[in-house]
Each structure stands twice: as structure tokens, then as C-alpha cells.
Design a protein around this ligand. Structure first.
Ligand code: UAG
Ligand code: ATP
Ligand code: API
Ligand code: MG
Length: 502
């Protein structure tokens, strides 16, 4: 039995296992007072989820969770076997699930209860944050209480910081419940491949889901490309129910595969792209210094809007966002009228500074080979002189990306500076060397602030600079230390320093 929000301060919320959709296998029935996945934060009465991890099995921590007063343990057969002796000697209830991560997600959804009435999710290698943010902006322009949730935290009618793109289910459902309590009715969230593989969002009731694109990333975590694609496909073949709507970018080579998966599940599909069979059809784009004009067709009628957004890919992201709004029953003309009011997303093709000679400096979050190539290609029509890029690659992340990012810079930029981007536990010099092998003409500058200064200094009239990889990030992670660092701020500092020295 739950006490909802009507509890006094001294009262504590309690739920039976049955109310959380769980069944004890050792005959012990308990009242659960909270949920945790980490033994170190277990409180008396908690249900501790001992999950198989990428490094360890949470079963190894059951004994510590019991010492901290856990009333119940949710795990798989392996976890139960690891702690068989400690479980037998305790009063705790034991729940064994085939897939304890999925069980935890449903359990967290029941524990926290409320979710915004309309939740949509977006997956894809690149563009998730942008699409979620644009979807929220369209809803907000339509007068709805809306928020987006992901890499940049929760933004819109509710805000909160977040440390993951798709947080683990306890944080996720606590946040969704807080959003609902604050009056948010419409939420657009990012579904990362880690989040999908680990079933973090399986308990979310989605009305629609979108797919942006598929290219190389995260092969440090997923076994291969197929496993990475399968994780993303989980949004359609598992999380989104049969009566949900799938919004698919058909311009991506894997769009047709994703649409087929959605159709096999029985979902309605709203297609986006250049093909004349697409529901939301991109007719043409025209670029200028300020952004772009987008011409598209919906319901047999052409529409044209001016967007203050740099980069052809952002036009497509806007159409995917529009697709999500339309798929969830938004009034089409009201949604289309909202588009000219869209503003750019922090750290995505953001104009960070301009030199006195008018050369612009853009900050972008391109951190995959495909994104770097697309970001540079997107800037090219705006540049009459040289296109300069500053970039690096993250430590403890997919090593295969490094030479491919070097190759993208060698092929798409006129001058490249290779620098550090969150080396984490790795030797930064080795990361840079792996990149430089594919772009030997690049200039290697270990210190990111110095790399930015030198690149800004190189800007001649007509040139443009792209600082890629960190976008909205505010830190440089070296070892376990996060040093304050902000590309947008560094760009301004560099421009000011150089102009005042003249
Ligand atoms: C690789 C990965 O995704 N790891 C996540 C995963 O950890 P894990 O299950 O692999 O952890 P583990 O270290 O093997 O430990 C196993 C279990 O023992 C538990 N434990 C561990 C130690 C202890 O003392 N007590 C204890 O109970 C852990 O909580 C865990 O449940 O589950 C943890 C709890 O939910 C996450 O915090 C952790 O995220 C780590 C920190 C992480 O960096 N994740 C990143 C890569 C991530 O998820 N990124 C995505 C994608 C971003 C993008 O698209 O670019 C994101 O959605 O943010
Ligand atoms: N539709 C797209 N196609 C290709 N590249 C894109 C697209 N949208 C965005 N990008 C590139 O990817 C970068 C990251 O964009 P965004 O933050 O929206 O993606 P994301 O999928 O949320 O990334 P993450 O996996 O880090 O959460 C952008 O700065 C841009 O360079
Ligand atoms: N959220 C992504 C993006 C990281 C961007 C880049 N700055 C890096 O550190 O590699 C990740 O953790 O892989
Ligand atoms: Mg993101």
C-alpha cells in the first residue's frame, strides 16, 4: 500500500513487493521503503537491486547491502548464488528475475508513480539532444508545459542537472515524477544505446519514439556494429508499445531497417526525409550567414520556414522533432508556426565569438567521425576562405573513432589542430598520436586553451573555425579530476586577447 504525497514528515513511504510488481522467492514478505542500485547508498528497508554490471556483478555487494539494512534484494540467479549464504542468514526477501535490470525499471516506475502524460524518446548516434530540445521548444511555443531530458540535463518548464544521457531507472523515474508534480505534461527524452542495452527506460510509457541516424560510436561498450544497432532497435521492438508511433529518418541508410522493425511490431510509422514517399518530406534547404530556409511538405502541402540554425543536419533534426509533435497529436499548423521561433541548442553549432575581421568561431559537440564530417561539411557553404578545426577524442571511449576523426578532419578542413578532449585514464599523447596518424598535416597542441588560441589567431577574413567535441561541457577530465573548461568561454577569451593585443 502506498501513502502517495499525503505523508506527514515522520511517516515513511512503504510499498509491498506485490505493489512493485515483484514476487519473493524465499517466502519473506517485507515493506520496502526505498530503492537502490548501489550498496553504498542503501538505507534500512530498501530494496537493493544487485545487477550484473560491465565490470562486476552487483551480487558481490549483497552482503554489504544487507549490513546496511536492505529489506529486499532483487537480482538474477547468478547474484543469488554469489550471496546464497548471506541471504539464507538474513530476513530479507529475495526476488530473482531473468532480467533484473528490466524488473528494476518497472519497479521504479511503480514506486515513483507519476510520469508526464505525453513522453517521447529519441535514439540515434547523433542528434538526440538536438531533437529532444527542438521537440520541447515546439511544444512550449504551442503553449504546453514541456521539458527535454538528456545530455544537457532537464531543460524547459522544469530544470535539473543530470550526469547521464539516459539515467538509471531510479533517477529517471524520480525525475519524471518530479516533472509531473511540477506540472510538466509533455517530455522529450534521449534514449542512449547504453540506456537501452541496460533497460534503463523500459518502465517509461512512451507515446512515440524517433530514430535519427546510425554510425560509429561506443564500440568500447557494444561488441560490434550489430550489437550497437540492436541496442538502438530496442527502443522500437521492446520499449515503445504496439500502439506507439515510430518517427524514422529515412535519409539514414539504416532508416529503412528501423522502419521495418517498427512495422513488424505493429506500430504506426511517420517517415521523415527527402524521398517523395516520406510523410514529412524535405524539399530543399537554402543557407545564409544566419541560418537556413527549410522547405518541406506535410499532408500534401508545401511549407517554408526560416530557421536561425546553422547546418543542414539541424534542418533534418527539426523535421524529426516536428514529426514527434505531429505523431503525438499536436495541431499541425500550430506546430509548423512554432518553427521560426526555434533557437539553437547550447554547444551545437553555437556561434561562440567573432573576430574583428568577421571570421566566426563555432562550438559544436561533434565527437564521432560522422558528426565531425557532417559538421565540417555543413559549415563549408558558409565559408569563402579556409575552414579551420580544433578537435580531439575522448579517453576510455571507442578507440576506433580516433583515426576516423583524423581522416574526417584531413578531408573536410583546410587546417586542423589536434588537442585533448577528456583523456580520462588514458595517456593523452597516445590518443593524439592515434588521431594524427590519419591527419599528419595537422598541428598537434596538447593544451586545449592554447590550441583554441592558435586556431583563432590563424583566422583570416573569410575563414571560419569549428571547435568540436565538447559542446556544452564545462570540464576537461584528466585522470579522475575535472578541470573547469568551456569551449565557448575559451573562444571569447582568445578573441578578446588577440584583438586587444592589436
Ligand atoms: C558502462 C556503463 O554504462 N556503466 C553503468 C552501469 O554500471 P555497471 O553496471 O557496469 O557497474 P559495475 O561497476 O560493473 O558494477 C555492477 C553493479 O554493482 C553495483 N555496486 C558497485 C560497487 C559497490 O560498492 N556497490 C555496488 O552496489 C553497481 O551499482 C552496479 O549496479 O550502471 C551504473 C548504474 O546505473 C552506471 O552508473 C554506469 O555508468 C557509468 C558510470 C558510465 O560512465 N556510463 C556511461 C558510459 C553511459 O552510460 N553513457 C551513456 C551514453 C552517452 C552517449 O550517448 O554519448 C549515457 O546514457 O549517459
Ligand atoms: N542529424 C544529425 N546527423 C549527423 N550529425 C548530427 C546530427 N545532429 C547532430 N549532429 C552532430 O552531432 C553532435 C551532437 O549532437 P547532439 O548533442 O544533438 O547528439 P546526441 O545524439 O545527443 O549526442 P550524445 O550521444 O553525446 O548524447 C552535433 O554537435 C553535431 O555535430
Ligand atoms: N557522452 C558521450 C560524449 C563524449 C564527448 C567527448 N567530449 C568525450 O569525452 O569523448 C560519451 O561519454 O561518450
Ligand atoms: Mg545527447
Amino acid at each position: 500500500m502506498g501513502f502517495g504525497g499525503k505523508m506527514g514528515k515522520a511517516e515513511q513511504k512503504q510499498e509491498s513487493l506485490a505493489a512493485l510488481g515483484l514476487r519473493s522467492v524465499n517466502g519473506r514478505e517485507v515493506a520496502v521503503t526505498g530503492l537502490s542500485v548501489d550498496s553504498r547508498v542503501v538505507k534500512p528497508g530498501h530494496l537493493f537491486a544487485a545487477l550484473p554490471g560491465s565490470r562486476l556483478h552487483g551480487g558481490a555487494f549483497i552482503k554489504y547491502a544487507l549490513r546496511m539494512g536492505a529489506a529486499a534484494v532483487l537480482t538474477d540467479r547468478e547474484g543469488a548464488a554469489i550471496a546464497a549464504a548471506e541471504l539464507a542468514a538474513s530476513d530479507a526477501a529475495l526476488v530473482v528475475a531473468e532480467d533484473p535490470r528490466m524488473a528494476l525499471s518497472y519497479c521504479a516506475a511503480l514506486w515513483f508513480g507519476a510520469q508526464p502524460a505525453m513522453v517521447v524518446a529519441v535514439t540515434g548516434t547523433n542528434g538526440k539532444t538536438s531533437v529532444a530540445n527542438f521537440t520541447r521548444q515546439i511544444w512550449a511555443q504551442m503553449g504546453l508545459e514541456a521539458a527535454n531530458m538528456g545530455t544537457t540535463g532537464v531543460e524547459g518548464a522544469f530544470s535539473a542537472p543530470m550526469s547521464h544521457t539516459t539515467p538509471e531507472p531510479i533517477t529517471l523515474h524520480r525525475t519524471l515524477a518530479d516533472m509531473a508534480a511540477a506540472g510538466v505534461t509533455h517530455a522529450a527524452m534521449e534514449a542512449s544505446s547504453h540506456g537501452l542495452a541496460q533497460r534503463r527506460l523500459d518502465g517509461v510509457r512512451l507515446a512515440a519514439a524517433a530514430f535519427t541516424n546510425f554510425s560509429q560510436d561506443h564500440l568500447d561498450y557494444h561488441a560490434d556494429f550489430d550489437a550497437y544497432f540492436d541496442a538502438k532497435a530496442g527502443l522500437f521492438d521492446r520499449v515503445l508499445s504496439e500502439d506507439g508511433v515510430a518517427v524514422i529518418n529515412m535519409d539514414d541508410p539504416r532508416g529503412a531497417d528501423m522502419a521495418e522493425i517498427a512495422i513488424d511490431r505493429g506500430q504506426a510509422v511517420l517517415t521523415v526525409g527527402q524521398d517523395d514517399r516520406c510523410d514529412l518530406r524535405l524539399l530543399s534547404q537554402r543557407f545564409d550567414d544566419r541560418g537556413q530556409d527549410l522547405r518541406f511538405e506535410w499532408d500534401g502541402r508545401p511549407h517554408q520556414v526560416s530557421l536561425p540554425l546553422i547546418g543542414g543536419f539541424q534542418g533534418l533534426n527539426v523535421l524529426v522533432a516536428l514529426g514527434l509533435v505531429l505523431a503525438t497529436g499536436g495541431d499541425d499548423l500550430a506546430a509548423i508556426r512554432a518553427l521560426p521561433y526555434l533557437t539553437g541548442v547550447r554547444g551545437r553549432m553555437e556561434l561562440a565569438a567573432t573576430r574583428a575581421n568577421s571570421a566566426p568561431v563555432f562550438v559544436d559537440y561533434a565527437h564521432t567521425p560522422d558528426a565531425l564530417r557532417i559538421a565540417l561539411t555543413a559549415l563549408r557553404p558558409h565559408v569563402m576562405g579556409r575552414l579551420i578545426v580544433v578537435f580531439g577524442a575522448g579517453g576510455d571511449r571507442d578507440r576506433g573513432k580516433r583515426p576516423l576523426m583524423g581522416q574526417a578532419a584531413a578531408e573536410c578542413a583546410d587546417l586542423a589542430f589536434v588537442t585533448d578532449d577528456n583523456p580520462r585514464s588514458e595517456d593523452p599523447a597516445e590518443i593524439r598520436a592515434a588521431i594524427m596518424a590519419a591527419c599528419p598535416a595537422a598541428v598537434e597542441v596538447p593544451d586545449r586553451a592554447e590550441a583554441i588560441l592558435r586556431a583563432v589567431d590563424a583566422l583570416q577574413p573569410g575563414d571560419a573555425l569549428l571547435i568540436a567535441g565538447k559542446g556544452h561541457e564545462t570540464g576537461q577530465i584528466v585522470g579522475d579530476t575535472v578541470y573547469p573548461f568551456d569551449d565557448v568561454e575559451q573562444a571569447s577569451v582568445a578573441v578578446e586577447a588577440l584583438e586587444s593585443a592589436r
